[in-house]
Design a protein around this ligand. Structure first.
Ligand code: NDP
Length: 234
């Protein structure tokens, strides 16, 4: 039977690439979308990860359609960049609430059925800047660094139950999130990447597919960089 998978923020960008990759590998994938329409050919459930009730409802719909969720990918995320002296408190807390507390809500809801099944995969999408830092992104980098501590703690809680928890740290990926940067900023980032280019979302998705697969059965608490060498040494 196909595994039941849930990907948050799966309507575009990296999340959509992950959903398509896992679906092509034979999984029964549910994607959450906050706005717009669900992507064609995938089972969509509306969910804002800042609301626990939405998260619960999304899981209930995914469970009713595909059975208990065995693989959860906490991917939904936002940026609200500005230098610290100009950063309003809500600009800080909004990003934490979506990226970090959102992942907490999703993982918490996912874990109980996984404990009953004694198997499961939790995959958290962090970022290279959670490790290296990034000027203008104190809120975002804090949220992404938080995912590392969160994921590693959860890996320790769940290891004896056959559930793995891993963190993927992408570098600079071609999506709407990075399209807002002007050409000069993009060029500057590209220059600092040993591979000299942005990642395609599919390159992140393939690593997630591996972490979700049986081949990754002995990997937990890992932070896997998929960044073209950008964060080397962190
Ligand atoms: P996009 O901006 O293209 O997509 C973000 C996704 O997250 C959308 O599906 C969006 O839904 C969803 N989302 C945002 N806020 C919420 C919310 N409150 N509840 C539910 N869904 C929400 O981003 P990317 O695909 O580039 O990024 C995906 C993840 O990868 C993020 O966590 C990001 O931080 C991380 N990442 C991205 C990098 C990059 O270079 N692009 C690099 C490193 C990490 P909606 O369509 O409704 O807005």
């Amino acid at each position: 039977m196909a595994r039941s998978v849930l990907v948050t923020g799966g309507n575009r960008g990296i999340g959509l690439a992950i959903a398509r990759e896992l679906s092509a590998a034979g999984d029964a994938v549910a994607v959450t979308y906050r706005s717009g329409e669900p992507p064609e050919g995938l089972f969509g459930v509306r969910c804002d990860v800042t609301r626990a009730a939405d998260v619960d409802a999304a899981f209930e719909k995914a469970e009713a359609e595909h059975g208990p969720v065995e693989v959860v990918v906490a991917n939904a995320g936002i940026t609200k960049d500005t230098l610290l002296p100009m950063m309003k408190e809500e600009t800080f807390t909004d990003v934490i609430d979506t990226n970090l507390t959102g992942a907490y809500r999703v993982a918490k809801r996912a874990v109980r059925p996984m404990l009953r099944m004694r198997r499961g995969r939790v995959i958290l999408i962090s970022s290279v800047v959670g490790l290296s830092g990034s000027a203008g992104q104190t809120n975002y980098a804090a949220s992404k660094a938080g995912l590392v501590g969160f994921g590693r703690s959860l890996a320790r809680e769940l290891g004896s139950r056959g559930i793995t928890v891993n963190v993927v740290a992408p570098g600079f990926v071609e999506t709407d999130m990075t399209a807002v940067l002007d050409e000069a900023q993009q060029e500057q980032i590209r220059k600092s990447i040993p591979l000299g280019r942005q990642a395609h979302a599919e390159e992140i998705a393939r690593v997630v597919r591996f972490l979700a697969s049986d081949d990754a059965s002995y990997i937990t608490g890992a932070v896997i960089p998929v960044d073209g060498g950008l964060g080397m040494g962190h």
